[in-house]
Design a protein around this ligand. Structure first.
Ligand SMILES: [Zn+2]
Length: 140
């Protein structure tokens, strides 16, 4: 039997990011992401985590697993990029900082949907605040 795409993507992320204990939640997250029409793939060292236009004009989340980061950050980054997808395409005049805040709001709502993730929400907020602060520092 060939594993379905949700199972395949879940297994890959659990193994590469060492997030085995969140397997069932990750499968739910991928089901939501892929069913929304968003594409997803893990990228290697040459790339960075981002959401980009894919070859067929859809959008694709490219997730880079950083070996020196806490494993759960991979989930926060995934949900943040999915937050960008849910926010819609950038419009002229949109401010980068507003777009970042909005993407994190979507991510926060997603985290709160999954009981497995609730115990880690403080870590999520730390990561969010760290990212927003670095944007602020860089003048966005
Ligand atoms: Zn962002």
């Amino acid at each position: 039997m060939v594993a379905d795409v949700y199972t395949k993507k879940t297994k890959e992320l659990c193994e590469k990011a060492k997030l085995y204990e969140f397997r069932s939640t990750i499968k739910k997250i991928f089901t939501e992401i892929l069913d929304s029409g968003c594409k997803y793939g893990i990228v290697d060292i040459a790339y960075r985590t981002a959401i980009e236009r894919s070859s067929d004009s859809g959008r694709i989340i490219r997730l880079k697993i950083e070996k020196n980061e806490p494993p759960i950050w991979a989930l926060w980054k995934l949900l943040h990029e999915y937050g960008h997808y849910q926010s819609g395409e950038k419009k002229p005049g949109d401010k980068t900082m507003d777009r970042e805040v909005l993407a994190w709001k979507y991510a926060e709502a997603d985290v709160k949907k999954y009981p497995d993730l609730i115990p880690y929400i403080k870590d999520f907020y730390n990561r969010r605040d760290y990212c927003l602060e670095s944007y602020r520092r860089n003048g966005y």
